[in-house]
Write a protein that binds this ligand. Structure first.
Ligand code: GLV
Length: 328
């Protein structure tokens, strides 16, 4: 019997990262990448001091109660709405996430998705692949410009600021944003970002990007009423979380031409996608890959591992979510 603590790596990750963990822990990994049901996850965690998890794993009070030996849950994601942090804190379980390492990669992707949406890239590619391109036409796949347009950002955290920088400095966009709190003036000034209320954001944005974390407060932050306030020529891009946008209301708004187009990397109930969204031509759909560059996914896995190693070997976890449990 080893005296190393036991940990679960809930999904398939870089073998090098599993090997690093194995220097410190008895590791149960998941090379077949089976997605555990809640019952399976509960069973797999029996006897484990730590868990390396992803957005596919739900960590709730029932699971914690069934595994009172668990001391650390390290998420390979910046968002952690899959984890009941309150329940973890109440039981002294450390939670960590992977901020910063994915900011620029995710901002790149948000910008790419917004561009693909505004310039109808996937819609026109489908047309070409279907063999329907037989002539030039003055209005063929005419979209809307990004340069010089008004970029609206809902949620001005690190990723929102990364998108704002790209828009202002690279594309000469006017940046407006709404957030729980206003940025300090020295952060607004270099990108000329203007803080506005949500009404103004919806009314003035030519391209609206949603980057708020999911919480009960941000559930359906963009629903039918908000979509109705946007310009009919506007685009909406969601790289935040499914549930921040009301997908059924969005599908209806797209079908009725209430807004021009949408770019979505996240969905309510993913990996399922609302059938009415799949049926629209004017929506770009990607499978939750905003942070998926090879280098960034590796940095995220390493950071989750660093947190797990520190949490269970007496070190200081670099990116805790509930730092208050440390030293208890
Ligand atoms: C991905 O969605 C993340 O939260 O890192």
């Amino acid at each position: 019997m080893s005296d190393k603590p036991a940990v679960l790596v809930a999904r398939k990750v870089f073998p090098e990262v599993v090997q690093r963990l194995a220097q410190h822990f008895e590791v149960e990994d998941n090379p077949t990448d089976h997605i555990h049901s809640p019952d399976e996850l509960r069973a797999r965690l029996q006897g484990k001091a730590g868990a390396f998890v992803t957005l596919s794993e739900r960590i709730d009070a029932a699971l914690l109660d069934a595994n009172p030996q668990l001391r650390a849950v390290c998420n390979m994601a910046v968002g952690y709405n899959n984890i009941d942090v309150g329940a973890c804190s109440a039981r002294g379980v450390l939670v960590s996430n992977t901020p910063d390492v994915l900011t620029e990669t995710t901002a790149d992707f948000g910008f790419a998705l917004m561009m693909a949406t505004a310039r109808r890239i996937t819609e026109s590619e489908r047309f070409l692949r279907e063999g329907r391109w037989d002539r030039w036409a003055y209005d063929m796949f005419a979209g809307s410009d990004l340069h010089g347009a008004t970029l609206g950002i809902l949620g001005m955290g690190r990723i929102g600021q990364g998108i704002a920088r790209r828009g202002a400095l690279g594309f000469g966009m006017q940046v407006i944003y709404h957030n729980r709190s206003r940025l300090p003036a020295d952060q607004e000034a270099p990108i000329g970002a203007r803080y506005v209320d949500k009404e103004t954001l919806l009314r003035e944005a030519d391209h609206l990007v949603v980057v708020v974390p999911y919480s009960p407060q941000t559930h359906h932050a963009i629903g039918a009423a908000e979509l109705a306030r946007m310009k009919p020529s506007a685009t909406l891009t969601n790289i935040a979380r499914g549930g921040v946008v009301d997908d059924a209301a969005l599908a209806q708004a797209l079908a009725q031409g209430r807004i021009a187009a949408a770019g979505l990397d996240v969905f309510e109930g993913e990996p399922q996608v609302h059938p009415q969204l799949l049926a629209q031509r004017n929506v770009v759909l990607t499978p939750h890959i905003a942070s998926a560059s090879v280098a960034t996914r590796r940095a995220m896995a390493d950071l989750a591992a660093d947190n797990l190693i520190a949490a269970l070997t007496g070190g200081v976890p670099p990116t805790p979510v509930n730092a208050q449990v440390l030293g208890r």
